[in-house]
Design a protein around this ligand. Sequence first.
Ligand code: BG6
Ligand code: MG
Length: 218
Amino acid sequence: PVQAVIFDLDGVITDTAEYHYEAWKALAEELSIPFTREFNEELKGISRMESLEKILVLGGKAHDYTEEQKTALADKKNEHYLTLIQNITPADVLPGINEFIAEIEAQGLKIGLASASKNAFAVLESLGLKDKFHAIVDAKTVQRGKPDPEIFLKAAHLLEVEPGACIGVEDAAAGVEAIKGAGMFAVAIGAKELFAHADLVYESTTGLSLEAILPLVR
Ligand code: BG6
Ligand code: MG
């Protein structure tokens, strides 16, 4: 039986995926690199430095900067991102998420977070949701980022639950791959065509229903 639900943060619990997009787009344009929403899908769930590398490769500029300059570019993106998230409040929790969390609590299941963001704690705190989580794993505590399953496996381990008894919720292709690699049931949020490997896809967080998901798990 299912014993835990492990959430991604950005784009699942709150719309910070949109802020990451805006901040990367601004930086890319400054570097004269064309940046589209379609390309942005490839950055979802991916660490800050890996995202920068992908953008530079896209622009044919992978070798134009020293490591020091790349760090400065990533810092610049993060500073922009920090200004975008500074006014986040509990009102910014995406529709349906509070109800979904209440359903999970009512079933007595554990709740975990698996986020690639170094800003995850700050965002959860601003949303007023930090206390809901029994385990929080962020980018600072894992060796390998998504799509590697490590971050979801670590969350399951901290929750003291077998991976096979976990449901993972993601809005990124790399995240769904990580959930499946961990041997968990994968719920994706977004357009169906983006998630061939998910076990279940919801177009938005609005419809999330534990009651509907549970009978589909194994
Ligand atoms: C992930 C986002 O959650 O965190 C990515 O999906 C982001 O878009 C990554 O790049 C790293 O975030 P941060 O806050 O550490 O730059
Ligand atoms: Mg995400």
